[in-house]
Write a protein that binds this ligand. Sequence first.
Ligand code: HMG
Ligand code: MG
Length: 299
Amino acid sequence: DLPPRVRIHEVGARDGLQNEKAVVPTEVKAEFIHRLAASGLTSIEATSFVHPKWVPQLADAEDLFPRLDDIEGVALPVLVPNERGLDRALALGARRIAVFGSATETFAARNLNRTVDESLAMFEPVVARAKADKVHVRGYLSMCFGDPWEGPVPVHQVVRVAKALMDLGCDELSLGDTIGVATPGHVQDLLSELNEEGVRTDAIGVHFHDTYGQALSNTLAALQHGVTTVDASAGGLGGCPYAKSATGNLATEDLVWMLEGLGIETGVDLDALTATSVWLAEQLGRPSPSRTVRALSVR
Ligand code: HMG
Ligand code: MG
């Protein structure tokens, strides 16, 4: 059985733009997020409060976030790796944050300069303080299927860190296929194992990158398992500067096309969203990699 409605968690402004070679002007980012909201998306990751030297593309977070104050009825979560990031986010009134852990040691070292357990220790006070303040916390888990340095990642290794993130008090968990190597059977195996270990499906979102063209198949497998939160990026932007071979996320337009075909509600106006991705592609100077954006924009 498929769910009647899916909540799309839009990551283009964060996962997408963090990976652009050129730094996108703050006013373009602000307009992008306003247009995403106008197209009906209700959960839009806005930026990251990380070290500006680690991700210079998002170093304007303090300038950008207040420009979104007039957006109503839309959740605008931000990435926060540590207490310094939390302080910065709370100072601007952020009400939703995401910490981001790794299932593998190599990526934890490269992305967070920590071991897996040291990163969990770094998140612990962040989640505790956020929860005390009634701030919603998402826990990302990267490299849930494969890692560019370590190869395939065993399910039990992923489950251990997933449970640790939930035990810290995260409200939801997003399973990241950072480099896009997952296939549908693997997705269902991981979801089943998480359920067996006590992580409920309704707390789980899926975050697929489309490197091998598997993101939609993997999404369908997750929906069949009962997942109703799906991360996607307008126009298929995305990647991770600290994960070699990571390409764009599942394109939101490709996702909406499939969900509409299945009769699943998203609340998103596909034409408005496509127009936004075409506009952003012009700003970035290259076409969107999304098949749906291309098909709809040549009509
Ligand atoms: P570090 O160098 O170990 O930091 O980096 P530190 O704790 O040793 O601090 C060093 C200095 O940085 C200090 O300043 C801190 O104040 C400052 P000093 O005292 O020397 O003057 N500092 C900060 N400044 C501003 N904001 C902060 C901050 N933190 C420390 N938040 C750190 C550790 C975690 C900070 C660094 O590794 C980092 O910023 N990493 C972020 C990497 C990142 O953003 N990656 C992309 C997002 S993850 C992703 O894309 C995957 C995902 O999409 C899911 C998937 O696809 O799998 C989510
Ligand atoms: Mg990602």
